[in-house]
Design a protein around this ligand. Structure first.
Ligand code: A2P
Length: 334
């Protein structure tokens, strides 16, 4: 199978290449694509060196699968050209997520949204992604009425520039606007500003959580409000989630559902100081859930804490899982 990875030199792109290798995805020809800045460089995949190529060269090579992780504008500009050649595109950017004609898919949650006429499949935003894994089965059981989400998002979610900013500030203890991805120092700080501000005062990350959750869970009636915060943390995004269900629940039922949900690992033992933390989620695929407790201030309320490696399940892992499912269903050649 000919596979193009657009954004192969980026943070998510690198994890995608690593996972294609780790999970033995049947790539017979790799087309690593990056910006003009990287032309002439190479990357190593399965001990073979591949030269970075341009998007146009990759389109001309007519791959079977193109995985995009190079920002929204690159996806908007080039994804259709791949799709027109019957190449399936799995896109990590926000370009197509809210397009009614494109499915927005969390593997194991709503794979059924993909049908044979879909050539562009959107991968959700990292914060939404990890949340859907434990929320989907709880929604099915007790019907979510309202969600209040507070995120503590790793700077790695912003990409290479943010990592460079963090490393610079750690070494020099000073902010340098010339290289910064953020308008403030991220080292030893928390920035309540993820993405861009909209007219209503919410940031794009907060709005994505609202809109993408409704689309994935197929339920526009869920009331959602969010605050997204960037934190100087490697390894994963953390989320404090307050849920109000329509139906009454029993805490044991919630725990049983989460225990039997694939990809969820319960870390819910207060007596042993066991709860999810990004340090432990780092470089792993599951979504970790803990601090599960009843919200005594409302009827049918529940609080929990959800952590996952934002570059793995929040981005690259889900992309590969979607591709694996397409392979299983025969849409990609074995
Ligand atoms: P490059 O390394 O040449 O800049 P990150 O999200 O970590 O910042 O990475 C973004 C990825 O998207 C990088 O691989 C980057 O390549 C790639 N990229 C950015 N702009 C383009 C473009 N116009 N065409 C192809 N790849 C691009």
């Amino acid at each position: 199978m000919k596979v193009a990875v657009v954004g192969a030199t980026g943070l998510v792109g690198k994890v995608i290449l690593q996972l294609l290798e780790e999970r033995n995805f049947p790539v017979t020809e790799l087309l690593p694509v990056a910006s003009a800045r990287s032309l002439g460089k190479s990357i190593t995949f399965r001990n073979i060196e591949y030269k970075i190529q341009s998007v146009d060269d990759a389109i001309a090579a007519s791959p079977d699968l193109a995985i995009f992780s190079a920002g929204g504008s690159t996806s908007l500009r080039y994804a259709q050209a791949f799709a027109e050649r019957q190449c399936i595109v799995i896109d990590n950017s926000s370009a197509w997520r809210m397009d009614k004609t494109k499915p927005l898919v969390v593997a194991s949650v709503n794979d059924h949204h993909i049908s044979n006429e879909h050539y562009i499949i959107a991968n959700p935003n990292c914060s939404t992604m990890q949340l859907m894994v434990p929320l989907a089965p709880l929604h099915k059981a007790f019907q979510i009425k309202r969600l209040v989400i507070s995120t503590y998002q790793s700077f790695t979610g912003t990409g290479k520039q943010a990592v460079d900013q963090y490393e610079y500030e750690k070494a020099n203890q000073t902010y340098n606007s010339e290289i910064a991805a953020y308008p403030h120092k991220i080292f030893a700080n928390c920035i309540p500003h993820c993405g861009d501000f909209g007219d209503d005062g919410y940031t794009t990350e907060e709005t994505k959580l609202v809109n993408e959750t409704r689309k994935i869970l197929d339920d526009p009636s869920i009331q959602i409000t969010a605050t997204a915060v960037r934190v100087p943390v490697f390894g994963g995004h953390s989320e404090a989630v307050n849920i109000e269900f329509e139906k009454a629940y029993d805490l044991e039922q919630v725990l049983d559902i989460l225990k039997s949900t694939p990809e969820v690992i319960l870390q819910n033992e207060a007596e042993n100081n066991l709860y999810p933390m990004p340090l432990n989620a780092y470089e792993t695929d599951p979504v970790y859930v803990g601090r599960i407790r009843r919200d005594h201030s409302i009827q049918n309320g529940l609080n929990m804490w959800v952590v996952a490696d934002n570059l793995r399940k929040g981005a690259a892992t889900n992309t590969i899982q979607i591709a694996e499912n397409l392979l299983q269903s025969g849409r990609l050649p074995k």
